[in-house]
Write a protein that binds this ligand. Structure first.
Ligand code: SAH
Ligand code: SF4
Ligand code: F3S
Length: 449
C-alpha cells in the first residue's frame, strides 16, 4: 500500500503550532507522508483550540466544510487533535459523524495507532492526560526557516477561574534542560536565527534544580546570533534572577509578555490570578530598571463576571501606567467546567463590546506613541524576508519584537542582522533605512515557502 497522506491544520496558540510539529515528527517516523494539499489527503487532522467559545465555533464551521470531502472519499479519515479533543472527547464523535479520530495533547505518540483503527472502520480515541509526558524524545518535524517554537513545558497548574487550559492540557511538567538545549543547538546548526521557548507559565519551569533563568542562559549561550524569546510569564513567579539573566545576554530578547488580565484587584482575585495590581506594577518597575529599553505586551479580558464600569476604568488606568507595546484583548467567554462558569455572566454583551473597544483604542494609541517615539533611533533588525506587500522591501524584527520595513538593499538577505535608522511608525510597524550589516548569516539556504 502506498503511504497514507496526512494534511494538518493548526488553530489556537503557539503551543499548538509546536505540537503540530511534534505530531508531524511522530507521523513521519511511522511511515505517513505529510501533505500540504488537502484535496489529495487520506487523513485530515485539525489541531484545535478551546480557549473561547468562538475558537470552537470556528472548528465546527470547518468540520461542516469538510463534509463534501468525506462524501467524495468515504475512506477519508478526519481527526480532531488538541484542546477541543481533550475537552469534548467522545461527544465530538457522537455529535459530528464525520469525525473518526479524537486525540488529546498527551496521547500523540499513539496517533498512528488511532489512525489505523479508523482506517479499519473503527474510531480512534485517545484522551488520557499524563503527568509525565513531555515528548522529550521526539524530534519535531520542521521545515527550514528562521524562527522556531520550542515547547519547554506542558500543562498548567494555575487554574485561573476563566481558563480551560488546566483541563485540556493537564498538570504542569517540564522538559529536561539538556534536551531543550540540544534542540536549540540543532536549530542553530540548521541556520535558524530565533527560537521562542513556550509554556503556559514558563516561570515555573524546573528541571533538577535548574529554573527558567538557568534554561534561558543555557539556550542563550548556544549561539550569540540566535535570538531567544519566551512566552508566557505569569506575573506571580517572575523573579529578579530572570530579569538579570535577560539583561546579561544580548541575544535574550528584551521583550516580556506579561498578561495582566484586569486592572482591578477585586476582579484579579475572582480570576484567581494570585497577584495584585501593586505587585504587578512593581515587576514592571524592576524590569525597566534592570533591563533598559525592555518592552511589554499583555493579555486583557473585558467583562469578567461582576466587572463594573469602575473595574473597567481601573484596567484603562493600569494600561496608562504601564503603556504596553502591544496587547491581546478579549471579551470574556464562559467555559464549561471552569470555576468562573458557575459565576453569573452578568456583564451584557453590549457592555463587554464597548469596554473592549475602549481597551483596544487605548492600546492603539499607546502602540502608536511608543513606536513614533522610536523615530530617529537606530535598531538592530533581524531580516526575515521580503515584506508581505512588496519585494521592493524587506521585513524584519527588532529585539523588542517590532516589525520593521526597509527598502530593498542588494547585499542583505534573510537571517542577516542589519542596523536600521527608524524614520517613521504606525501602531503596528516601524519604517526605516538600512545603515550597515551587523552580522551576516553564514549558512546559505533556501527559505521554505
Ligand atoms: N498561560 C497564559 C495564557 C494562555 S490563554 C497566561 O496565563 O498568560 C491566552 C489568553 O486568553 C489569556 O491570557 C486570557 O487573556 C485569554 N483567555 C483565556 N480564557 C479566556 C476566556 N474564558 N475568555 C476570554 N479570554 C480568555
Ligand atoms: Fe490559563 Fe491561567 Fe494557566 Fe494561563 S496561567 S493557561 S490563563 S490557567
Ligand atoms: Fe487554545 Fe489550548 Fe492553546 S485552548 S490557546 S490551543 S493551550
Amino acid at each position: 500500500m502506498s503511504k497514507s497522506k496526512v494534511y494538518i491544520e493548526t488553530y489556537g496558540c503557539q503551543m499548538n503550532v509546536a505540537d503540530t510539529e511534534l505530531v508531524m515528527g511522530i507521523l513521519n517516523n511511522n511511515g505517513f507522508q505529510l501533505s500540504q494539499d488537502i484535496h489529495d489527503a487520506d487523513v485530515i487532522l485539525l489541531n484545535t483550540c478551546s480557549i473561547r467559545e468562538n475558537a470552537e465555533q470556528r472548528i465546527y464551521g470547518r468540520l461542516d466544510n469538510l463534509k463534501p470531502f468525506k462524501t467524495k472519499n468515504p475512506d477519508l479519515v478526519v481527526g480532531i487533535l488538541g484542546c477541543m479533543a481533550e475537552r469534548l472527547r467522545t461527544n465530538l464523535i457522537e455529535e459530528k459523524k464525520l469525525v473518526d479520530v479524537v486525540v488529546g495533547p498527551d496521547e500523540y505518540k499513539r496517533l498512528p495507532e488511532f489512525i489505523d483503527m479508523a482506517f479499519s472502520g473503527g474510531k480512534g480515541i485517545g484522551v488520557k492526560l499524563s503527568r509525565t509526558e513531555t515528548y522529550d524524545d521526539i524530534i519535531p518535524y520542521r521545515e527550514d526557516g528562521l524562527q522556531a517554537w520550542i515547547s519547554v513545558m506542558r500543562g498548567c497548574d494555575k487554574f485561573c477561574t476563566f481558563c480551560v487550559v488546566p483541563f485540556t492540557r493537564g498538570r504542569e511538567r517540564s522538559r529536561s534542560l539538556e534536551s531543550v538545549k540540544a534542540e536549540v543547538e540543532h536549530l542553530s546548526e540548521r541556520g535558524f536565527r530565533e527560537v521562542t521557548l513556550l509554556g503556559q507559565n514558563v516561570n515555573s519551569y524546573s528541571d533538577n534544580g535548574a529554573d527558567f533563568a538557568d534554561l534561558l542562559a543555557a539556550c542563550a549561550e548556544v549561539d550569540p546570533w540566535l535570538r531567544v524569546r519566551f512566552t508566557t510569564s505569569h506575573p506571580q513567579d517572575l523573579s529578579d534572577k530572570l530579569l538579570y539573566t535577560i539583561a546579561k545576554y544580548n541575544n535574550l530578547c528584551n521583550y516580556i509578555h506579561l498578561p495582566v488580565q484586569s486592572g482591578s484587584d477585586r476582579i484579579l482575585k475572582l480570576m484567581n490570578r494570585t497577584y495584585t495590581v501593586e505587585h504587578y506594577l512593581k515587576i514592571i518597575e524592576s524590569a525597566r530598571k534592570i533591563i533598559p529599553g525592555v518592552s511589554f505586551s499583555t493579555d486583557i479580558i473585558s467583562g469578567f463576571p461582576s466587572e463594573t464600569w469602575e473595574d473597567h476604568l481601573m484596567t484603562l488606568d493600569l494600561m496608562e501606567q504601564v503603556k504596553y507595546d502591544g496587547a491581546y484583548m478579549f471579551k470574556y467567554s464562559p467555559r464549561e467546567g471552569t470555576k468562573a462558569y458557575r459565576m453569573d455572566d452578568d456583564v451584557s454583551e453590549e457592555a463587554k463590546t464597548k469596554r473592549l473597544q475602549e481597551i483596544i483604542a487605548l492600546q492603539q494609541r499607546h502602540s502608536t506613541e511608543i513606536n513614533e517615539s522610536l523615530a530617529g533611533t537606530e535598531e538592530v533588525v533581524l531580516i526575515e524576508g521580503f515584506s508581505r506587500k512588496s519585494d521592493k522591501f524587506f521585513a524584519g524584527r527588532t529585539d523588542s519584537n517590532k516589525v520593521v520595513i526597509i527598502p530593498f538593499v542588494d547585499n542583505i538577505s534573510e537571517g542577516d542582522y542589519a542596523l536600521v535608522k527608524i524614520n517613521r511608525a504606525t501602531s503596528a510597524t516601524l519604517f526605516g533605512d538600512f545603515l550597515s550589516i551587523v552580522h551576516k548569516r553564514e549558512q546559505p539556504f533556501q527559505l521554505a515557502n
